[in-house]
Design a protein around this ligand. Structure first.
Ligand code: FUL
Length: 700
């Protein structure tokens, strides 16, 4: 029999032995990696998994062919004869989207719901005799199609007489309350960054300046949202950090390096928006917003400019494939429907995504890793290919470079590599490579920096038995929840078309090996049409349509169409260094001319057309560099017969031109002239720099 002391000693000894036993070490080691840095909230995680959702832009602008309404447009314009929100929802559903954000109120202040607080809404419009509610119909359609509903409520209101005063903030919050209480769950609220400036403001017709970081008192507005809709994520481009961030462009892509981090306070530069901030102290994920057409609102002139499937797939890889979500916009036509071309493109886009990611060649394949955490079971390499987003492969702590090999078991062809971090533990990976085993050697096939929620790399097809994810740098040990390997069908991108100053048409296919066919008579091109054999001379107005075709597969790209007005052969830019200034007539959007900075606004651009023409409008393409200087926002347009006596034929603003530097098309009543003058009154930066990528006229 053991006495009391022997008994205690024995168990103390056994306890120490157990504590020092290797099994116990294993148990300690197999604990999960420690979370690193700022982490996503439950709302941000839920939102991120939605991946793609739609915008619909619909307002009085739809009826005035404008991008931004001034706030004085008549409510009588709003009368969508065939409005069908179910068509919008169906289209988005087929495109694989998970929700729709509706422009309940755009900058003009017109409300798509019968707000109690203003007469500037559907209730005063002829539509359904003032008894309609577009937000309600949208909410019901979303419900029917299993989509979530989001709200765009413009902080800038060009109609409201109180805009700029404290009273407006109460009005804004009252409207927010209506929208967040009467239409069911709202997944996202969108506060546009355009703020203050000229407007109708209840008849004042003036310019009102506000400080968008202080005027709106975001803190209390956020508190209201959290109270009314606790599951709603906030997108805000007005200074105060929200859940989601803009990516600094509306062209449809985020930086290749994309950290879901920013600093909670302080200045946000363009680089921070585009690439995130590696050591930021707040989780602010990226949302890529772009339109299926160049503009946000519907313009009939853009019917031939709907993005093609290859373009939309590029957008997909440059948004969802780069750790962002995709917010794709559909403009609504005056009749209340999405145009059939946009609908078709969206449905084909949905199909193309399904096809590209139909078969995951890595799923359940043999996976091994250079290092596995602890006993190798809980965080083993196989967790990255087990089709379970809640499990992950992780090496030991302090192992910041490690690789994972997938053995297909037989030679396998692929061209897409998808990888996901387990982001509840933070964003950790800084750099990685994808390598294939070719003739016994590891060969790099792609490399990248950040991963985040999802990263997809695209590359020419490779055939191999083994592929390796090689993480070369990580903030702490990686946590990889999923790897997918795919062999997406190749899709041909449409060529681009330009006409130079002399009238030569130049068609450039994206892939030099494809054959280009074109037509000049407005008919649809096919492989029986004229073959492009290099630049060719043209004269007069022209409609060029073209496709690229792959000789080996016989597959063709989507069609692209460009309409050209008169050639600018005899045009001369007056009072300028003509050699340099010619950049604005060469048809090439990439070349640009800036007027010298010593000029004072208004800065004029005077062009001699060589002979009298019958004019009905003009076109201005700003510098295409992102956020480049010299982008004109306010203009006057004059014409003259003799370069002495000038007549003003049009004036106004180029709305939203900084965020979306598209070709600006302005029309006026027909007038004959030999000289034109584009007078810049203001630019995006408030200085005297004026830049032009292209300037053109529209003739009768
Ligand atoms: C921009 C706005 O000014 C545009 O009109 C559009 O609504 C877009 C989504 O955001 O900043």
């Amino acid at each position: 029999m053991m006495n009391k002391h022997q008994f205690i000693n024995k168990y103390l000894f056994l306890g120490i032995v157990f504590f020092l036993h290797p099994i116990h070490f294993c148990l300690a080691q197999t604990s999960a990696p420690k979370p690193l840095g700022p982490l996503p909230s439950t709302n941000q995680l839920r939102w991120q998994q939605m991946e793609s959702y739609a915008f619909v832009h619909f307002s009085l602008n739809t009826y005035t062919d404008q991008s931004w309404g001034y706030g004085n447009e008549s409510v009588n314009l709003f009368n969508p004869k065939d409005l069908d929100c179910r068509q919008w929802a169906r289209t988005c559903k087929e495109a694989g989207m998970k929700g729709i954000i509706i422009t309940a109120k755009h900058h003009c202040g017109f409300c798509l719901w019968p707000s109690k607080y203003t007469a500037y809404s559907v209730k005063k419009s002829p539509w359904k005799n003032g008894n309609g509610d577009v937000v309600r119909e949208m909410a019901e359609a979303c419900k029917e199609y299993g989509l979530k509903l989001g709200i765009y409520l413009s902080p800038w209101d060009r109609n409201n007489p109180d805009y700029g005063k404290p009273e407006y903030i109460t009005y804004f919050r009252n409207q927010l309350t209506e929208l967040l209480t009467n239409y069911g769950p709202i997944f996202e609220i969108w506060f546009d960054g355009a703020n203050g400036g000229s407007g109708y403001y209840g008849g004042a017709n003036e310019t009102r300046t506000i400080d968008r970081t202080t005027y709106y008192d975001w803190k209390n507005t956020y508190a209201l949202i959290h109270k009314l809709q606790p599951d709603c994520v906030i997108w805000n481009d007005n200074g105060d950090r929200a859940d989601l961030r803009w990516v600094g462009t509306e062209a449809g892509y985020v930086g290749e390096t994309n950290w879901s981090l920013l600093n909670a306070t302080g200045e946000v530069t363009w680089n921070m928006l585009h690439y995130g901030l590696e050591n930021g102290n707040a989780w602010v994920a990226a949302e890529v917003n772009t339109s299926i057409r160049p503009e946000w609102f519907y313009h009939p002139s853009e019917d031939s400019k709907v993005k093609t499937v290859p373009q939309l797939m590029d957008t997909y890889y440059h948004s969802i494939g780069r750790n962002a979500s995709l917010l794709l916009n559909f403009p609504i036509m005056p009749n209340g429907l999405i145009n059939e071309r946009d609908e078709k493109a969206a449905v084909e886009f949905g199909k193309a995504i399904k096809e590209a990611f139909a078969t995951d060649l890595a799923k359940m394949k043999k996976a091994t890793a250079s290092n596995v955490r602890g006993d190798g079971k809980e965080f083993g390499a196989e967790k990255a290919v087990d089709n379970n987003k809640d499990t992950y492969w992780a090496p030991n702590d302090n192992i910041n470079a490690a690789s994972l090999t997938i053995d297909f078991g037989k030679p396998t062809s692929f061209n897409r590599f998808l990888v996901q971090e387990y982001i509840p533990l933070g964003q950790r990976v800084k750099a990685f490579k994808v390598e294939a085993l070719i003739n016994g050697n590891w060969k790099e096939i792609a490399s990248a920096t950040t991963i985040g929620y999802k990263r997809i790399l695209t590359f020419p097809t490779v055939k191999t038995i083994k592929v390796r994810l090689n993480i070369t740098d990580s903030k702490a040990c990686a946590a990889i929840s999923n790897i997918g390997v795919y062999n997406a069908p190749q899709i041909l991108t449409a060529p681009s078309i330009i006409r130079d100053q002399s009238g030569k048409i130049i068609i450039s296919p994206a892939d030099k090996e494809s054959i280009v066919y074109y037509t000049l008579d407005g008919t649809t091109p096919n492989t029986g049409s004229k073959k492009y054999a290099g630049p060719f001379q043209t004269s007069g107005k022209l409609d060029v349509r073209t496709i690229a075709s792959d000789a080996a597969t016989g597959k063709s790209s989507p069609e692209v169409e460009e309409k050209f007005d008169l050639p600018r052969k005899d045009w001369r830019i007056l009072d300028a260094d003509e050699e340099k200034a010619k950049a604005i007539l060469d048809g090439d959007p990439a070349t640009v001319w800036h007027q010298s900075k010593d000029k004072k606004m208004p800065v004029d651009l005077v062009i001699d057309l060589g002979k009298e023409e019958s004019l009905t409008g003009f076109r201005y393409l700003p510098d295409q560099g992102l956020w480049n200087p010299g982008i004109i926002t306010k203009y006057q347009f004059y014409i003259s017969g003799d370069n002495i006596k000038w007549t003003l034929v049009d004036e106004g603003e180029f709305s939203n031109i900084k965020n979306n530097p598209l070709m600006q098309i302005k029309k006026f009543s027909v007038a004959k002239a030999r000289y034109i003058k584009l007078s810049a009154l203001k630019n995006t930066e408030g200085n005297d720099n004026t830049g032009y990528a292209e300037v053109d006229v529209i003739t009768n």
